[in-house]
Design a protein around this ligand. Structure first.
Ligand code: SF4
Length: 135
């Protein structure tokens, strides 16, 4: 397993690189058709040729938001938060998932399974292994 990358901090507050966040219906898997609020984090080292979110690969300095900013931006009544990417588990998600959990959200994470996952505050994990994940 790979080491997680180090968070950037802003005024001693942990931040995450958010490429986009939006309300939608889950389009695949067990929760297909269920309303959710998606938070797409930046960064992915796997770089599949067919990736449909290549814009998430590159992290820019101004992508970084504090946990409070991420939560403030949530503009839907959906009770499920899907943290996706990119590869969201390259980050230590606990500072974000802990607060989302306290606020009563159900938390889903979509990952290629490349990094260890802190499961403590996560309700559902969708793993979509990629051949290159394990090279
Ligand atoms: S693992 Fe996912 S985000 Fe990363 S390149 Fe492949 S499809 Fe894109």
């Amino acid at each position: 397993m790979r080491e997680k990358i180090i968070h950037e901090y802003y005024n001693n507050t942990v931040t995450f690189p958010v490429k986009e966040s939006f309300y939608s219906l889950q389009g695949e898997g067990h929760y297909s058709g269920i309303a959710a609020y998606f938070i797409r984090l930046g960064g992915c080292h796997i770089k599949c040729n067919w990736c449909d979110t290549k814009t998430s690969w590159k992290i820019n300095k101004n992508d970084f938001l504090t946990v409070n900013q991420i939560i403030k931006n949530i503009n839907s009544q959906a009770k499920i938060i899907v943290i996706t990417g990119g590869e969201p588990t390259m980050w230590n998600l606990s500072p974000l998932t802990k607060i989302l959990k306290k606020r009563g959200y159900r938390i889903h994470v979509e990952t290629s399974g490349t990094y260890p996952i802190q499961e403590e505050f996560i309700d559902w994990i969708t793993i979509s292994p990629k051949k290159k994940s394990f090279h």
